[in-house]
Design a binder for this molecule. Structure first.
Ligand code: RBF
Length: 155
């Protein structure tokens, strides 16, 4: 079984106590996205990020993550944005449209603002696969997203 791609701790050259992170959380599949959020916050704090320097905002669904991320990334005080969502395949093609749109939109938010905007969106065929990636047997993708933000600030 493959383990999480990135987890645990990294050593940071930049002083993370002085960095501000914004986390955008989609409300759809909130049992999953809240677990991703917990993983992200735990990871940031364990790397020395201050509680008061973690901003949390919610959006209705993953489709709205892009605009939420862009608004936050445009704020001067925000150093990196982490987008958390969970899109589960349904019986309609909505899945593909949402996944494609959110991947493109999150990329654009990063390129436009020249700040790390991290794709922490789980896209799965079913609920169990999502659970497995939100603190289950494949780790926590929220934690991985936070670690990725830290790594990009160290680029
Ligand atoms: N948002 C998610 O974050 N995850 C989903 O699995 C999800 N499934 C959706 C399925 C359908 C049929 C529709 C219409 C929306 C879904 N959304 C989902 C919500 C979407 O991201 C967005 O909030 C709404 O389409 C409003 O723009």
């Amino acid at each position: 079984m493959a383990g999480p791609l990135t987890s645990g701790k990294v050593s940071s050259k930049v002083n993370l106590a002085k960095k501000t992170f914004a986390i955008v959380v989609a409300e759809w599949n909130e049992e999953i996205t809240e677990a991703l959020y917990d993983g992200a916050v735990t990871c940031l704090k364990s790397h020395g990020v201050k509680k008061e320097n973690i901003i949390r905002k919610s959006v209705p669904g993953s489709f709205e993550l892009s605009l939420g991320a862009l608004w936050l990334a445009e704020e001067k005080k925000v150093d990196a944005v982490i987008c958390l969502g969970c899109v589960i395949q349904g019986d309609t093609p909505h899945f593909d449209y949402i996944c494609q749109a959110v991947a493109y939109g999150i990329t654009q938010a990063g390129l436009k603002t020249r700040k790390p905007v991290i794709f922490g969106v789980i896209t799965t065929l079913n609920h169990q696969q999502a659970l497995d990636r939100a603190g289950g047997k494949f780790g926590n993708k929220g934690e991985e997203a936070a670690l990725t933000a830290i790594k990009m600030l160290n680029f």
